[in-house]
Design a protein around this ligand. Structure first.
Ligand SMILES: Cc1ncc(COP(=O)(O)O)c(C=O)c1O
Length: 366
């Protein structure tokens, strides 16, 4: 990984020390160019002409192929959405079976992966201070559940939940499993042959350095009939009856933002050319330097590196003042919460460097 070249690919590094990638990451210049090139092509060849449609189809096929290779699943199981939240709602509103949904306690969960579920009857799993759950409690409570829901990596403490182990339990009890992978895909390896979940959702715009407004919903092929489409319009009418198309079309009604998809395609290839394991290694090195420099403060989340992502959350007596000071120095962190308590969250990604971390620490520790 040549960090000098990588930093030149990210225009943001000229202006800001940006460490809010768990919210939205910047795009490399190649992705920005891919989007503008695609818009120009459609402007020249017509947004809906035979040649443009075949370009769009090719783009969708290629992007599905890249994502399915990354996640180790079938191309057909990749459905383009607008966001993680849309994927969550496809399942929370579409699940046909009756019963309770097993979720983590909401005081530690991202609202997007909590509010849509509590419109159903839910059973809550207890959590410890990092957000971890007990596998024994999953085994105990799964018998009364129709679906299990977890975030893969927690947005606040960065804890990596044991989704592979949970998927063994859900498979054993034949209960479908939904994973919110907003904070994992692009940051850590996500292999759907190891994690046997049925549904999974993530955006382009976080750790994959893609644009906002495009996301992915993974639906295991055999499980598509468990869901009624949330947005209808891609079905057939035969003998006056609606016949649902197969996935991905079933859950992909309506046009997508194809320029954003072109950027996403380019970002995925960029990320994969660096390699997720190299990204993970670099991110954890940067997070380690930051944590080390924050040693006088309370840092949230598990201490063991293998149990967390590069999200570093810590406290301050005056969070808003510190965030303003950092922002005046061109350093972007974020304010989030853990169990109702405000915290500062830094989320470095591979294009950040050691100097940037040290500059942020000099302001925090001043
Ligand atoms: C764990 C988690 N789930 C869902 C979301 C919402 O993502 P999106 O904006 O793609 O719907 C976020 C955003 O920060 C998140 O961290």
């Amino acid at each position: 990984m040549d960090i000098g070249i990588i930093r030149r690919d990210f225009p943001i590094t000229k202006r800001l020390i940006y460490m809010n990638n768990a919210s939205s990451s910047p795009m490399p210049i190649t992705s920005i160019k891919a989007a503008t090139d695609f818009m120009l092509t459609l402007a020249e060849y017509g947004p809906d002409s035979t040649s443009s449609i075949s370009r769009i189809e090719e783009l969708m096929l290629d992007t599905r192929k890249v994502i399915s290779k990354m996640l180790n699943c079938n191309e057909q199981e990749i459905i383009f959405t607008h966001s993680t939240t849309e994927g969550i709602n496809i399942v929370s509103k579409g699940l046909k079976s009756k019963g309770k949904i097993l979720i983590r306690d909401g005081i530690h969960e991202h609202p997007a992966n909590y509010i849509p579920w509590i419109r159903n009857e839910v059973v809550r799993l207890k959590i410890d201070e990092h957000g971890f759950i007990s596998l024994d409690e999953v085994k105990e409570k799964i018998v009364e559940s129709k679906l299990v829901v977890l975030s893969h990596v927690l947005f606040n403490t960065g804890a990596i939940l044991p989704v592979e182990e949970v998927s063994k339990i859900t498979s054993e009890y034949n209960v479908p499993f939904f994973i919110d992978a907003a904070q994992s895909v692009g940051a850590i390896d996500v292999d759907l042959k190891k994690i046997e979940c049925d549904f999974l959702s993530f955006p382009a715009s976080k750790w994959l350095c893609g644009p906002s407004g495009i996301g992915v919903f993974y639906c295991k092929k055999e499980k598509q009939d468990l869901l009624e489409p949330l947005i209808d319009g891609n079905s057939y009418i035969i003998d006056d009856k609606i016949v649902l198309s197969d996935i991905p079309a079933r859950f992909e009604a309506g046009f997508r933002n194809y320029a954003a998809l072109a950027a996403f395609n380019s970002s995925l290839k960029y990320i994969l050319s660096i390699g997720i394991s190299n990204i993970r290694e670099r991110n954890m090195k940067l997070a380690g330097i930051l944590r080390e420099g924050l040693k006088d403060r309370e840092i949230y989340g598990p201490h063991e590196a293998e149990k967390r992502s590069s999200i570093v959350s810590f406290n301050d007596n005056n969070i808003d003042d510190l965030l303003t000071k950092l922002e005046r120095a061109g350093i972007i962190f974020a304010k989030r919460d853990i169990m109702g308590k405000n915290i500062i969250r830094a989320s470095p990604h591979f294009f950040n460097d050691e100097q940037e971390i040290n500059r942020a620490l000099s302001i925090i520790n001043a």
